[in-house]
Design a protein around this ligand. Structure first.
Ligand code: FES
Length: 117
Protein backbone atom coordinates (compact mmCIF):
# COMPACT_ATOMS: atom_id res chain seq x y z
CA UNK A 1 0.00 0.00 0.00
CA UNK A 2 1.26 3.47 -0.76
CA UNK A 3 1.96 6.24 1.68
CA UNK A 4 -0.87 8.36 0.27
CA UNK A 5 -2.89 7.59 3.39
CA UNK A 6 -0.36 9.55 5.39
CA UNK A 7 -1.48 12.80 3.78
CA UNK A 8 -2.35 15.65 6.09
CA UNK A 9 -5.70 15.21 7.72
CA UNK A 10 -5.58 11.43 8.01
CA UNK A 11 -5.21 10.10 11.53
CA UNK A 12 -4.76 6.54 12.74
CA UNK A 13 -7.94 5.56 14.55
CA UNK A 14 -7.49 1.89 15.39
CA UNK A 15 -5.96 -1.39 14.41
CA UNK A 16 -8.07 -3.68 12.26
CA UNK A 17 -7.41 -6.30 14.95
CA UNK A 18 -9.49 -4.23 17.41
CA UNK A 19 -12.54 -4.42 15.17
CA UNK A 20 -15.12 -7.18 14.89
CA UNK A 21 -17.34 -7.93 11.91
CA UNK A 22 -20.88 -6.66 12.51
CA UNK A 23 -19.94 -4.61 15.55
CA UNK A 24 -19.20 -1.01 16.50
CA UNK A 25 -15.90 0.16 17.97
CA UNK A 26 -15.70 3.46 19.85
CA UNK A 27 -12.51 5.51 19.46
CA UNK A 28 -11.38 9.09 19.92
CA UNK A 29 -9.54 10.74 17.05
CA UNK A 30 -8.00 14.13 17.75
CA UNK A 31 -10.53 14.53 20.55
CA UNK A 32 -13.48 13.64 18.34
CA UNK A 33 -15.65 10.70 19.42
CA UNK A 34 -15.88 8.35 16.44
CA UNK A 35 -17.75 5.11 15.89
CA UNK A 36 -16.05 2.58 13.59
CA UNK A 37 -18.09 -0.16 11.95
CA UNK A 38 -17.15 -3.30 10.06
CA UNK A 39 -19.93 -4.62 7.84
CA UNK A 40 -19.37 -7.37 5.27
CA UNK A 41 -15.64 -6.68 5.48
CA UNK A 42 -16.01 -2.96 4.70
CA UNK A 43 -15.15 -0.27 7.23
CA UNK A 44 -17.19 2.85 7.96
CA UNK A 45 -16.76 5.72 10.39
CA UNK A 46 -19.30 8.16 11.79
CA UNK A 47 -19.45 10.69 14.57
CA UNK A 48 -20.23 8.74 17.73
CA UNK A 49 -22.79 11.18 19.14
CA UNK A 50 -26.39 11.04 17.96
CA UNK A 51 -27.73 14.18 16.25
CA UNK A 52 -30.91 14.03 18.33
CA UNK A 53 -29.60 14.20 21.88
CA UNK A 54 -26.40 13.17 23.62
CA UNK A 55 -26.09 9.41 23.21
CA UNK A 56 -23.19 7.29 22.04
CA UNK A 57 -24.10 5.40 18.91
CA UNK A 58 -21.31 2.95 19.70
CA UNK A 59 -23.58 1.77 22.53
CA UNK A 60 -26.37 1.19 20.01
CA UNK A 61 -27.46 -1.73 17.89
CA UNK A 62 -25.92 -2.30 14.47
CA UNK A 63 -28.12 -4.04 11.93
CA UNK A 64 -26.61 -4.28 8.46
CA UNK A 65 -25.57 -0.75 7.54
CA UNK A 66 -27.91 0.91 10.05
CA UNK A 67 -27.02 1.94 13.56
CA UNK A 68 -29.84 2.30 16.06
CA UNK A 69 -29.38 4.87 18.79
CA UNK A 70 -29.61 3.34 22.28
CA UNK A 71 -31.56 6.27 23.72
CA UNK A 72 -34.65 6.75 21.51
CA UNK A 73 -34.03 4.16 18.79
CA UNK A 74 -33.48 6.65 15.99
CA UNK A 75 -31.53 5.16 13.09
CA UNK A 76 -28.83 6.25 10.67
CA UNK A 77 -27.34 4.74 7.54
CA UNK A 78 -23.65 4.47 8.46
CA UNK A 79 -22.59 4.74 4.78
CA UNK A 80 -24.14 8.18 4.27
CA UNK A 81 -25.11 9.39 7.74
CA UNK A 82 -28.69 9.87 6.58
CA UNK A 83 -31.35 9.64 9.26
CA UNK A 84 -33.60 6.68 8.43
CA UNK A 85 -35.94 6.51 11.43
CA UNK A 86 -37.39 9.13 13.74
CA UNK A 87 -36.87 10.81 16.06
CA UNK A 88 -33.59 11.56 14.29
CA UNK A 89 -33.92 13.91 11.32
CA UNK A 90 -30.48 15.51 11.13
CA UNK A 91 -27.75 13.81 9.08
CA UNK A 92 -24.94 12.22 11.06
CA UNK A 93 -21.40 13.15 10.13
CA UNK A 94 -19.47 10.41 8.34
CA UNK A 95 -15.71 10.22 7.84
CA UNK A 96 -13.61 8.73 5.03
CA UNK A 97 -11.75 5.55 6.02
CA UNK A 98 -8.52 4.04 4.68
CA UNK A 99 -6.61 0.97 5.71
CA UNK A 100 -2.82 0.74 5.60
CA UNK A 101 -1.58 -2.66 6.63
CA UNK A 102 -3.46 -3.28 9.86
CA UNK A 103 -3.97 0.39 10.67
CA UNK A 104 -7.32 2.11 10.17
CA UNK A 105 -7.08 5.80 9.29
CA UNK A 106 -9.90 8.32 9.15
CA UNK A 107 -10.06 11.93 8.04
CA UNK A 108 -12.05 13.94 10.53
CA UNK A 109 -11.47 17.24 8.78
CA UNK A 110 -13.26 16.15 5.61
CA UNK A 111 -16.54 17.79 4.66
CA UNK A 112 -19.45 15.63 5.80
CA UNK A 113 -21.70 13.78 3.41
CA UNK A 114 -24.96 15.61 2.96
CA UNK A 115 -23.30 18.88 3.97
CA UNK A 116 -25.82 20.77 1.89
CA UNK A 117 -28.55 20.07 4.41
S1 FES B 1 -30.56 10.55 21.37
FE1 FES B 1 -30.44 9.29 19.60
S2 FES B 1 -32.53 9.07 19.00
FE2 FES B 1 -32.63 10.40 20.72
Amino acid sequence: MSTQTMEAGWTRAASIDEMTEGEVTAVHVNGTPVALYQVDGALYATHDICTHEHAHLSDGYLEGCEIECPLHQGRFDIRTGKATCRPVTETLRVYPVRIVGKDVFIRTGAPPHGAAE
